[in-house]
Ligand binder design. Structure first.
Ligand SMILES: [Zn+2]
Length: 217
């Protein structure tokens, strides 16, 4: 059983690295952000609560995050382990998490703030088919149009400079102390998130003593 926490600011590649890690090791990627987005898209009661919070320009409360994670982990579909992303977000949650689950390691993706800004503010989304684009690394063939369905691309409502500033502030205030807490238990592996994704993945695996990535045939 392998249980990892992945941490890093927005745009540091947590999603991509989690997926790569889970792919051949049969781990389950638990993304709190994805769970919330699913609830919003499917108009659940929780989704309405999340949407109200975000529309008010606020961050989803700790209690809500905690209950969502508890509920998700209680499903026990992670026989080989999991990679969790978006949790814990404060010291209290970290204590709860360490007490309840035997964490094997914390992957900390490090990315300087100017690079975070560059990456996040260049993200675009197709509201029609859900395809993600990045004006630096993953440009659409025609400016502002989706390659797949031709729909006009938009910027996610939480990818504005103001929203990003709020998230960075929140990250520095709340998440850094969590990292320090994990650090005292010697769980944290600091990984430079600037190189290409495959290179970052190789470094994560070396740090965690895991076999090299094997893409499924
Ligand atoms: Zn599209």
């Amino acid at each position: 059983m392998r249980k990892y926490v992945i941490m890093g600011v927005q745009g540091s590649g947590k999603g991509t690295q989690s997926e790569l890690l889970c792919d051949d090791l049969d781990l389950v990627h638990i993304s709190v952000g994805d769970i919330f987005r699913w609830h919003v898209q499917n108009h659940t009661k929780l989704g309405a609560q999340v949407r109200r919070t975000m529309n008010a320009g606020e961050l989803v409360g700790d209690d809500l995050v905690e209950s969502v994670v508890r509920e998700r982990l209680d499903q026990h579909d992670w026989n080989f382990g999991f990679v969790i992303d978006g949790f814990p977000r404060n010291g209290r949650q970290a204590e709860f998490f360490m007490e309840s689950y035997d964490i094997d390691g914390v992957i900390h993706l490090e990315l300087p703030e100017d690079e975070v800004r560059r990456r996040v503010l260049s993200r675009r989304l197709c509201p029609n088919c859900g395809m993600d684009y990045n004006l630096i690394a993953d440009r659409p063939k025609e400016d502002g149009r989706c390659d797949i369905c031709g729909h006009q691309l938009i910027t996610r409502e939480d990818d504005t400079p103001e929203a990003l500033d709020a998230r960075l502030r929140d990250y520095n205030e709340k998440t850094r102390p969590v990292l320090e807490l994990f650090r005292r238990k010697e769980f944290v592996h600091d990984i430079d998130a600037r190189p290409p994704a495959e290179e970052v993945q190789a470094k994560i695996r070396a740090a965690l003593n895991l076999p090299a990535y094997q893409a499924h045939a």
